[in-house]
Design a protein around this ligand. Sequence first.
Ligand code: GLN
Length: 572
Amino acid sequence: MKYVVVSGGVISGIGKGVIASSTGLLLKTLGLRVTSIKIDPYMNIDAGTMSPLEHGECFVLNDGGEVDLDLGNYERYLNITLTRNHNITTGKIYSHVIEKERNGDYLGKTVQVVPHITNAIQEWIERVSRIPVDDTGLEPEVCIIELGGTVGDIESAPFVEALRQFQFRVGTDNFALIHVSLVPVIHGEQKTKPTQAAIKDLRSLGLTPDMIACRCQEELQVATIEKIGMFCHVGPEQVIAVHDVNSTYHVPLLLKQQKMMKYLTKKLTIGQVPKEAAIKGEQLLSKWRQLTTSHDKSFETVTIALVGKYTHLHDSYLSVIKSLEHASMRCHRRLRIEWVESSNLEEEIRNTNLSEYHKAWHHVCQADGILVPGGFGSRGIEGMIAAAKYARENDIPYLGVCLGLQVAVIEFVRNVLGKEGSTSMEFDKTIEEKDASVVYMPDVDQVKLGGTMRLGIHATKFVADSHWSKLRKLYGDADAVYERHRHRYEVNPLLTEEIESHGLKFIGKDESEKRMEMIELKDHKFFTGTQYHPEYLSKVLDPSRPFLGLVAAASGILDDVLQEDLNYKGEF
Ligand code: GLN
């Protein structure tokens, strides 16, 4: 097993995750089986209880793990399926060690950060890196380990020390370190001092960079590369320049151009791979290249209004954005997302901030399609309901994801069934169950909040008479689909018959056939919703089907897309 650690210096949030997943992709194009581990040095056990506005989206895995959004990048770039244990947090490591201490596993010993925590980290990495993650079902050959935060933080110190020991544990031939740094441009000059300081910090902790990936707003000058090489004590081929590019899908190609693999394979003594795997790798590279370069040549735009409540931090909707991008690439359209804060669509704002109200509605009305993504809590709900109503009444393509399905149902119950005050029990705790459009799921824990929702992959079966459904056709007329979930509430089973009799059909249900999973209007361009989150399984080369439907309908080419071979390979 070869390990490639990707750490960061200077500041966080400069694209370490993209560089790490692009490195993984390049290794994969060599025909290697690649897996990845993300280390988050915070105390939370998982990302499930963190605010999306602070930390970005909570990504959900097949096994129901609620994890850091970078795991989504790895799954998308590497086409792999990770488990909750591929996301290591300080909380997980400490609770594991404390549990062992209580069991008496360290009897007689003082339990300490070094060696007990650091050993637990190393054992965890070794164990998890061996889990098969791709369709070969075989043990991976390379593991990318991304260390969150920046080296030098108090929080990450035990992980840095564990990795220092780890390079000797696995042998230096099997260990490479890429340190991601920042080269700011001040008054037109590329400044190397922050990188020099970051590398000095790294070395003082016993880690040596094999490669320094320098993020910069512009292309790095040769003189800058030479200076970094000299002051950081590395050769120029070990300095990789990663300037801003118009799409993150170009980053793997940018790294490849600079012969990153040549250095890395030499350092890691990676030899010949079997011919068949090598051919598969080459095919992957050419597909990637073709898709990204052909996308540069699309000029027609498709505009999607994203009506949500965490729009101030776009990372809150990272997988949704990626799914829209994947679908747009497939439809040969340039994607434009209009970010609409849903509360700005509400009547209250009309009275207090008329210009915001008009701006928000202008974006909704100008859009080719409307998307209401997932969310929690009552703020902004009325705005989402208004957007769903607008889409339904004006034949505008609409996709509601999770909460987006729930608001579309509430809207329909209020305005078509005539039950004016109806809403979700999530937003009105006093509403009687018989009047609520959306109710608490009976089998979900109402007290403990960590990891207790309906989570992870579950089957959704299409109902018998749903062959007309566009969603079903998008899934290649499959009988069932397998997608990931994260919710506590569901459509009220007491109302489903009445809703259907007015035309909104529940075309997909869970295996018990009691839980509503998909909605669709028949006489509409594209009015759909899913209780699951299709965005978690969207891939660059295989866009999520509901998103493909929305973007294709918004581009006016849904009928053409439905003629294509939409073979769906869902798996459990
Ligand atoms: N808040 C809603 C629920 O818990 C929707 C969740 C979501 O959109 N992920 O059911």
